[in-house]
Design a protein around this ligand. Structure first.
Ligand SMILES: Nc1ncnc2c1ncn2[C@@H]1O[C@H](COP(=O)(O)OP(=O)(O)OP(=O)(O)O)[C@@H](O)[C@H]1O
Length: 241
């Protein structure tokens, strides 16, 4: 699709004999937040990893900015937050941010401002000089998110970014995600928090290796004749079984 930032067409991914993704169709357009929901083990992380070229597809196609990943040139345009934190434990939060900022090619003159901004979004300013080995799980998630936000990437791919994060901070993070979208950037986010799925522009429901529903939250609620995305999820899952 023209203008699609992420475009997955009939994507198939197998692990040995297990077909995790059977026929996944999904697009993330410019200036859009797309939420990917589905039961545990449905394959949400696999969708992300295959889209980003960390796993090789067994069928169909996956493009990001019109190209098949991985493409070194595109990496600077993408902020990726994995489900497991890839942080340097023996370094402080600030040192981790500096390291990843350099990897992303952020100019030295912009480094301080950049680190201040991303650490304030996740409320880590006061803990930046502590070693990551002393961080709680939630603090590590917040640092990983801050790293993904560095450099204002055009596309953010966030795998369960708000696990272990309390509601007030979660709200603050969503304000930032909205601002990022309003600037014309794009976000693909997986979540188990159904309230968060309500905040997206479009929700994709992954079940049985397929995106069985993909629409605006309001449209999905109308389609399933329920009053929340949580109930859409439960009804779709019930019908599927
Ligand atoms: N590298 C791998 N090798 C073998 N099997 C894998 C691999 N990665 C994922 N799987 C399997 O694929 C299925 C989907 O896993 P995935 O992590 O994508 O699900 P998920 O929807 O992200 O789950 P959760 O919500 O629990 O994070 C699972 O059955 C998992 O065991």
């Amino acid at each position: 699709m023209a203008d699609a930032v992420i475009d997955l067409k009939h994507l198939v991914k197998k692990f040995g004999k297990q077909t995790v993704l059977e026929d996944v169709n999904l697009t993330v357009m410019k200036k859009q937040i797309v939420g990917l929901i589905g039961p545990s083990g449905a394959g949400k992380s696999t969708v992300i990893k295959t889209a980003l070229g960390m796993e090789v597809a067994d069928g169909g196609s996956a493009t990001v900015f019109g190209q098949v990943m991985p493409k070194r040139k595109l990496l600077a345009r993408i902020g990726y937050m994995a489900q497991t934190d890839a942080l340097y434990d023996s370094l402080s939060g600030r040192e981790n941010l500096k390291f990843f900022a350099e990897m992303k090619g952020i100019k030295k003159t912009e480094l301080g401002e950049s680190i201040d901004h991303v650490s304030s979004v996740v409320d880590l300013q006061d803990d930046l000089d502590k070693r990551v080995s002393g961080y709680s799980g939630g603090m590590m998630r917040r640092l990983s998110l801050a790293i993904a936000l560095l450099g204002n990437p055009e596309l953010l791919v966030l795998d369960e970014p708000t696990v272990g994060i309390d509601p007030a901070l979660r709200r603050q993070i969503w304000q930032e995600l909205d601002a990022i979208r309003d600037e014309g950037r794009s976000i693909l986010i997986t979540t188990h928090v159904m309230d968060e799925a309500e905040l997206t522009d479009k929700v994709a429901l992954l079940l049985g290796g397929k995106v069985i529903a993909f629409d605006e939250p309001v449209a999905l609620k109308t389609q399933y004749r329920v009053d929340s995305i949580e109930n859409v999820f439960l009804k779709a899952e019930g019908e599927f079984k």
